[in-house]
Ligand binder design. Structure first.
Ligand SMILES: Nc1ncnc2c1ncn2[C@@H]1O[C@H](COP(=O)(O)OP(=O)(O)O)[C@@H](O)[C@H]1O
Ligand SMILES: [Mg+2]
Length: 232
């Protein structure tokens, strides 16, 4: 679904992500971990072509990812839910659903079945929703577009851990049941690992640890060392 090989990218000619590698299959959840400023958002922006890569190659759904192709990629089903959630405070939930364009009714029902709380919030403005409800809206809106690859940046930003604990397993079910390849950026390490197949820890733009999520979850010391940038 998505493959990055030796990707380097950054801003104004200065690399902040170095030699990034990722393979993401259908139905799989991979989590990107790492301290603030590690390059997680930069990686996602590069993977959807919003930021040009300075070296390496990226392929998604059999096509090459590059600058100025983001809109086409989105139509093909490679979607990013950004860390600001990409929603508009003044618009209602129903209006967010409408701006996605023409969506089959069955698809709308599928999204509402996954996020039943949205049903009674249809006419509420997004700015008045709780953080958890906004996140449901952001992901629900992305799902309307029938994604094949879904990237979610810091879904749990500002959410209580109990809300995160409730939402993340839903993301895994979504990946499994809809065959969507999911790439998460998360700060809640333990919860994220529990719903992921694999994880990658970035530190200062470099991959310092990568592997099977269950195995990593059993080795908290290695993750902690990776966060602090000391080799494990
Ligand atoms: N628009 C930008 N212009 C210049 N530098 C940036 C920009 N966005 C992020 N950076 C820098 O790139 C590095 C990685 O940032 P980012 O990918 O946002 O990290 P993370 O998402 O892991 O917190 C940081 O050093 C950050 O200061
Ligand atoms: Mg970020």
């Amino acid at each position: 679904m998505l493959e990055a090989r030796g990707v380097t990218s950054g801003y104004n000619g200065v690399a902040v992500l170095h030699d990034f590698n990722l393979t993401l299959h259908s139905g799989e959840v991979v989590t990107l971990l790492g301290p603030n400023g590690a390059g997680k958002t930069t990686a996602l922006l590069t993977l959807v072509g919003l930021l040009p890569s300075m070296a390496g190659s990226i392929g998604a759904l059999g096509a090459k990812v590059g600058a100025r192709r983001t809109a086409r990629l989105a139509r093909a089903g490679v979607l990013l839910v950004p860390d600001d959630r990409g929603i508009f405070a003044e618009l209602t939930v129903a209006e967010h659903f409408r701006i996605v364009g023409k969506v089959p009714k069955a698809r709308i029902e599928m999204v509402l079945a996954r996020f039943p709380a949205l049903r009674r919030l249809m006419h509420r403005r997004a700015g008045l929703l709780s953080g958890g409800e906004q996140q449901m809206l952001a992901i629900g809106k992305a799902l309307l577009a029938d994604p094949k690859v879904l990237m979610v940046d810091e879904m749990s930003l500002g959410l209580a851990p109990t809300v995160v604990q409730q939402m993340l397993p839903g993301i895994r079910d979504l990946a499994r049941e809809e065959g969507i390849a999911v790439l998460l950026v998360e700060q809640h390490v333990a919860i994220a690992l529990s719903v992921s197949d694999r994880a990658i820890v970035l530190n200062q733009g470099r991959t310092v640890l990568a592997g099977d999520a269950a195995a990593l979850a059993e080795n908290g010391a290695r993750i902690e060392a990776a966060y602090f940038g000391t080799p494990a």
